[in-house]
Ligand binder design. Sequence first.
Ligand code: OFO
Length: 169
Amino acid sequence: MLNEKMEKAFNDQINKEFYSEYLYLAMKSYFVELNLQGFVNWFDVQVQEEHAHAMGMYDYVHERGGKVELLAIDKPEVEGKTPLEVFEQTLKHEQYVTSRINALMDVADEVKDRAALSFLDWYLKEQVEEESNVGGVLASLKLIGDDKKALLMLDKDLATRTFVAPVIG
Ligand code: OFO
């Protein structure tokens, strides 16, 4: 059975993961409007990953005999005006999510829920990968600067990203 505090923390994080899906859907639209199909694909994969992250926790709460409470999802804002700025926002968002996973692990520690800690380990590793992926694209965009040809080459590259359903936990 899930401790009440742990259950609330999971429900909050489920909301954050769905918010991430929403935010990346909004960013996908930004790139649809620019007709950069590789970036569109990259965000499409990101959207599917966030959905999988949310559902992983959703299933886990049930598995532990807890109650899932779906909270309202905030309206996402794409603050960036250029692809570079959009990726700066993406990195900032992923760093925020990492801090949230750490906070979730702090709760698991506090209530001595070792099973939750071991489950959350997957998310911690995933965040390292997420930050590194986003950081890689951001570094390329910094190098590219105003070079439109190079931007189209990166777009081609990002078109090759595929979604692989994760095995969580
Ligand atoms: Fe769920 O990892 Fe990104 O936000």
